[in-house]
Design a protein around this ligand. Structure first.
Ligand code: ADP
Ligand code: MG
Length: 317
């Protein structure tokens, strides 16, 4: 059985630390060099609990990926450049194969997004992973929820509802072909946070949020924070080829209220949307306009209307 210190040394003390890390894992706390420019520190933390945020049988590589991905997605939603993260890990046992897969999953996504593990905590208990990410944004340039304006266009990245479809298949509530199942389960287990898209949206988007609890629930957060309403054209909701094969109302239900997409939902003024067009074309940006912000205080109007069982995922409802 590996002890706590050899676990930290073997799996969570990484080589090649960036210059910004004066002291990473190994002392009582991390010592980090701040950038010189006028920047703001952006901090976010998310916990993933086995059986709540991922099925108990999920493999360690995927768990690590998702734990970091959901946090990177929060930095993307703020328009922040990833820098460092800490990891608080509660483990039921010290299975070295599990730990090795976990640290591989963490490392490969961290490398891809230029974010470095600088510290954490390790203890014994029911499997739970808490990651805190830190990043930077130029002063005044963060993408907030509270700054959507009447007349803005509403955009989303990627396709919606795939992760929810993947979960439904795993729970035997939905049947898809083997290939569609693989694609949807991969969206569920390996969400790809939209940090590079977020970089492009700086200077264009007026407000932004990442879609973790479902399109409607997360759009509602922008509406509440900005005191505006929204009109959504349900025909324009982007659906993957897997979801297009389903009954249309079922696919829309998954896309509107299914969670775990980790796509970005952002608003943009008509002028900025016009200015963004050449970039959309030249970079083939995978984004779609799905509606507009209006003055109907805090309300979402769906056109054409559809009946939904509820508005999205909540932990305490
Ligand atoms: P302390 O008792 O001072 O809290 P720990 O023994 O918890 O110290 O941690 C020792 C060092 O290892 C610290 O630098 C801490 O940040 C780091 N660390 C502990 N657990 C992890 C982990 N899961 N991932 C990354 N770093 C960790
Ligand atoms: Mg500690």
């Amino acid at each position: 059985m590996a002890d706590e210190f050899s676990i930290i040394e073997r799996y969570f003390t990484w080589d090649d630390s960036p210059k910004s890390v004066h002291q990473g894992v190994g002392d009582d706390a991390a010592l980090l060099n701040l950038p010189l420019e006028q920047q703001q520190l952006v901090v976010s933390v998310d916990t993933l609990i086995s059986g709540v945020h991922f099925p108990v049988e999920t493999n360690a590589h995927a768990i690590a990926h998702k734990a970091l991905a959901v946090n990177l997605s929060d930095l993307a939603a703020m328009g922040a450049e990833p820098a460092w993260f800490t990891l608080s890990l509660t483990l039921p046992n010290t299975d070295t194969e599990w730990l090795s897969e976990f640290s591989e999953g963490l490392k490969s996504l961290a490398k891809l997004h230029n974010i470095f593990l600088v510290g954490g905590d390790t203890c014994r208990g029911k499997l739970s992973i808490t990651i805190q990410v830190m990043g930077f944004v130029k002063q005044g340039k963060a993408l907030l929820r509270s700054t959507a304006q009447q007349g803005d266009h509403i955009y989303v990245t990627g396709t919606l509802g795939d992760a929810a479809a993947g979960l439904a298949v795993l729970q035997n509530r939905l049947f898809l072909s083997p290939q569609d199942t693989a694609e949807c389960v991969s969206k569920l287990e390996y969400p790809q946070p939209r940090n590079s898209m977020s970089r492009l949206l700086q200077g264009y988007a007026s407000a932004c949020i990442d879609i973790s609890d479902g399109l409607l629930a997360d759009l509602q957060h922008i509406l509440d924070a900005s005191n505006v309403g929204a009109k959504i054209n349900t025909h324009t909701i982007p659906l993957s080829s897997a979801l297009k094969k389903l009954d249309h109302s079922k696919a829309l239900e998954l896309a509107l209220i299914g969670g775990d997409d980790y796509e970005l939902l952002f608003t943009i003024s008509p002028l900025k949307a016009y200015q963004l067009k050449p970039l959309i074309r030249s970079r083939k940006l995978n984004i779609r306009c799905i509606g507009t912000i209006d003055q109907s205080m805090n309300k979402i109007k769906l056109h054409p209307e559809i009946n939904l069982p509820h508005n999205g995922y909540q932990h305490f409802s």
